[in-house]
Write a protein that binds this ligand. Structure first.
Ligand SMILES: NC(=O)c1ccc[n+]([C@@H]2O[C@H](COP(=O)([O-])OP(=O)(O)OC[C@H]3O[C@@H](n4cnc5c(N)ncnc54)[C@H](OP(=O)(O)O)[C@@H]3O)[C@@H](O)[C@H]2O)c1
Length: 246
């Protein structure tokens, strides 16, 4: 059965690999046998994990097409792309500046498009089948106040996933998304320890935050041949948060 999820002989590029989830995704893919290329702007923040899992680390700014091309040149042929880089600006709608909104769309939507397009162009040119996994969010379908750019970008990313899936199927490239709920991290630890944070956790049917490890199975399913007939899909991983009636 484990052969179904085996990624030996495959090469994977993970964006945002200097962050919490990107580093986890890089480890998971390496554990499954893939050659892994970690990509982000901060090379120093990837160095330790890259050494541990024998991955390459390349500099990548997803807002810059030249940087994207250079990263793929350095990475060599890629079979699996995890489009994970993402940012948020938290301000009420009335306070968001054009720059705030542009900055988030630039990374979370345009960046994902440009990186996926570059990966797909190279897969097609090399006649390689491929799997692209876009890391969206349950906020692509629901909202919380203060993150207008983020919710709009993640909603766009879910639809872009479907668009690219349809257009790239003829090239044997699958495009799917994972929509995580709230994942425990250093950045949100203080909020989730507070009363509003605890109240939010009580609205999750499973009554807990996600851990990076909760995304391991969904990632492997979409990245590997286990998901061979899946394209244009979104896997929600949120402990039931987005279907909660509360
Ligand atoms: N954590 C959660 O609760 C949660 C829930 C749902 C969805 N997500 C999504 O999961 C993804 C990863 O989240 P995370 O929690 O791991 O965030 P994180 O720790 O803040 O990591 C964000 C990553 O994005 C990279 N990045 C930002 N701007 C970039 C740019 N211009 N070019 C290239 N890379 C850039 C950062 O790398 P550099 O700064 O080194 O470039 C960093 O590696 C995001 O798309 C996020 O929206 C997270």
């Amino acid at each position: 059965m484990s052969a179904l999820f085996d990624l030996s002989g495959r090469s994977a590029l993970v964006t945002g690999a200097s962050g919490l989830l990107g580093a986890h995704f890089a480890r998971v893919l390496a554990d499954a046998g893939a050659r892994v290329v970690m990509a982000a702007r901060r090379l120093d923040a990837m160095a330790e994990t890259a050494t541990e899992i024998s991955a390459e680390a390349v500099r990548l700014d997803v807002t810059d097409p030249a940087s994207i091309a250079a990263a793929f040149d350095a990475a060599g042929p890629i079979d699996i792309l995890v489009n994970n880089a993402g940012i948020a600006v938290t301000k009420p709608v009335l306070a968001q500046t054009p720059e705030d909104f542009d900055q988030v769309l630039d990374v979370d939507l345009r960046g994902c498009f440009l990186v996926a397009q570059e990966a797909a162009r190279r897969m097609v040119a090399g006649k390689r089948p491929g799997s692209i996994v876009n890391i969206a969010s349950i906020l692509g379908e629901r909202i919380i106040p203060g993150v207008a750019g983020y919710t709009a970008a993640k909603a766009g990313l879910l639809h872009l996933t479907r668009q690219m899936a349809v257009e790239l199927a003829r090239h044997s490239i699958r495009v799917n998304a994972i929509a995580p709920g709230y994942i425990a991290s250093d950045i949100n630890a203080e909020f989730f320890a507070s009363e509003p944070g605890q109240a939010m956790i009580r609205r999750v049917p499973q009554r807990r935050l996600g851990q990076p490890g909760d995304l391991t199975g969904p990632l492997l399913l979409l990245a590997s041949d286990a998901g061979a007939h899946m394209t244009g899909s979104t896997i929600t991983v949120d402990g039931g948060h987005s279907v909660s009636s509360l």
